[in-house]
Design a protein around this ligand. Structure first.
Ligand code: HEC
Ligand code: HEC
Length: 498
């Protein structure tokens, strides 16, 4: 279908469905339902709720505040679960012939030297939805870095403007929604300028972090020559903090937020959260022990009563989602070679221990980690055996659709898993190590909030998993889960209903 007609068809479909879901029959206040932006995704419908009234697209989040025509919504689109997909980028490239501000060469191309209409030079954003993030090597870096594979020519260079050694990494836009559950801002936590670890300071610190993030996004992505005014920055942060995004409707299971279930954005907006809630490592400030059963949205579908009528077709699909939720909470996995856990002195550096998905995704019904705990689960390693010495990680990464990323050689670091020995290794994204300069932070990224997933493939910070099924296959290998094919489908069905 031609892209313009596709857009119109999407909008018409969303409008008719929105009319349906605001129809009577739901217990929620009608004004909340009326404030949900509904958009189709490959598995059903995604809803983005703004709790204080409908989304006003004239506010500063939607304004061009810089010099290249971009707004925050260029990369955080309410119709795209406050992120965007490669299909969306591809459509915009086609309709604008590559001239849309999304493709500004500062970070919307493989390198900043790429010309506006050069499709090949924009392959990472068009195929994997990735933006280029240029990060300086910190002056105190404990390691040395060199590049062994540089597919686009700007992996590691002295930045022409700042004259500092700068690394290009490529990352997915994290959704600018559900932010009132964050424990770290950005994959590598670089915008967490005030810590999100204490209930008393949480709201003020979150606002401070998001304000700084909005300033940096305006001068960075939008290439503004000056920061947004305090009024504009406040407007952006107020807007973001009012948003809740979750899957609302599943093609097979039907509505996700009725009949005793608690999916969808309205329930999510009422979800309780505080720093350390349900912490895996026993740091819940209320002293409540960790409960691995962190996801409790669809338990009532585990034993669907026998029903007749239209429901009968949905029963199997609902039971699969409930089974997937139970797997998320209970399926055992063996956690090894994870930087941030297996080398963590606070945990006694366990070579291996048993856990579940919720060991790392512990925030109830939200799925990030309720305290900052960036981890290296292997997603920035490569599947190429000459670059990856751990066969388990290499086989796990080979389950993914890894984009063609630069590969860096890191040397001069102690081996976290063999104390006393030094090591060199390869990575596609040093992540937190580029912020702190510490060897112990290599490849460590936050586990993002696991809501609104169905609308924002591909997954992981670098878009390496094309689908949630691929995410599940990765975990099955990486943590030796031994899932059956049916269990993998169930887990993926659950993730798609979040
Ligand atoms: C050119 C695309 C682009 C534009 C424009 C953009 N962002 Fe982002 N945004 C990203 C990317 C990519 C990330 C993830 C970066 C990372 O993890 O290193 C991100 C991350 C974020 C996050 C962090 C979410 C989290 O879970 O940590 C917030 C909040 C955010 N952006 C808000 C904004 C705001 C506000 C604006 C406008 C002032 C904006 N963004 C403009 C691409 C963009
Ligand atoms: C050892 C900790 C750990 C365990 C166990 C774990 N995860 Fe994750 N998860 C992470 C981290 C860290 C990330 C971010 C990785 C990245 O961005 O590269 C992540 C990312 C994800 C994402 C991608 C989200 C996005 O927005 O791209 C999904 C989906 C996910 N995990 C699901 C699961 C499921 C399902 C399980 C159980 C089978 C699981 N996780 C077990 C730490 C963990």
């Amino acid at each position: 279908m031609n892209p313009m007609r596709f857009t119109r068809a999407r909008k018409a479909l969303a409008a008719s469905i929105a009319a349906f879901i605001v129809a009577p029959g739901y217990a929620d206040p009608a004004h909340l339902r009326a404030s949900i932006v509904v958009a189709p995704d490959p598995h059903g419908l995604m809803g983005t709720l703004k709790i204080d009234g409908p989304i006003d697209r004239s506010g500063p989040f939607f304004q061009s505040l810089g010099t290249n025509g971009r707004s925050c919504a260029t990369c955080h689109d309410p119709e795209e679960a406050m992120s965007f997909t490669p299909a969306h980028a591809d459509m915009i490239f086609a309709t604008s012939r590559g001239k849309d501000p999304l493709f500004a060469s500062v970070d919307g191309a493989n390198c900043d030297s790429v010309a506006a209409r050069d499709r090949a030079g924009h392959s990472l954003i068009l195929q994997n939805g990735l933006l280029r993030i240029a990060l300086p090597v910190p002056p105190n870096a404990e390691f040395s870095i060199s590049v062994v594979s540089d597919p686009y020519g700007c992996a590691l260079r002295i930045d022409p403007k700042t004259h500092v050694l700068t690394v290009s990494v490529y990352r997915r836009p994290l959704p600018a929604t559900n932010l009132s559950f964050l424990s770290a801002v950005m994959s590598d936590g670089r915008e967490t300028i005030a810590p999100l670890t204490n209930g008393a300071s949480y709201s003020a610190n979150l606002r401070a972090d998001l304000t700084q993030q909005a300033i940096d996004a305006t001068t960075g992505h939008a290439q503004a020559t000056s920061a947004p005014t305090p009024g504009q920055a406040d407007g952006i942060v107020d807007f973001e903090l009012a948003l809740y995004t979750a899957q609302l409707w599943d093609h097979r299971a039907g509505p996700l937020d009725g009949r005793g279930t608690s999916g969808g954005p309205i329930h999510l907006a009422a979800q309780s959260y505080y720093p350390g809630i349900n912490d895996t490592l026993g740091q819940d400030p209320n002293g409540i022990p960790f409960d691995p059963g962190a996801m409790t949205l669809y338990g009532s579908w585990a034993q669907t009563p026998s029903v007749s009528g239209p429901d009968i077709e949905n029963r199997g699909a609902r039971a699969r989602i409930a089974a997937g939720e139970l797997l998320f909470d209970t399926a055992p996995l063996t956690i090894t070679h994870v930087r941030g856990l297996n080398d963590n002195p606070a945990l006694g550096q366990p070579a291996s221990f048993k856990g579940t998905c919720t060991t790392c995704h512990d925030a109830p019904n939200v799925g990030n980690h309720s305290l900052p705990l960036p981890l290296d689960i292997g997603t920035s390693h490569t599947g190429n055996p000459s670059f990856e010495s751990d066969p388990v990680i290499a086989s796990a990464v080979s389950q993914l659709s890894m984009p063609n990323l630069p590969v860096f050689l890191i040397s001069g670091c102690p081996d976290p898993f063999s104390p006393g020995q030094s090591t060199s290794f390869y990575t596609t994204d040093p992540a937190r190590a580029l912020i702190t300069g510490h060897c112990s932070d290599f490849n460590r990224v936050k586990g993002p909030i696991l809501r609104g997933l169905a609308a924002r493939a591909p997954y992981f910070h670098n878009g390496a998993a094309a689908t949630l099924r691929e995410v599940v296959s990765f975990y099955d290998q990486r943590f030796q889960m031994g899932l059956t094919k049916a269990q993998k489908e169930e887990l993926a069905a659950f993730l798609n209903s979040l």
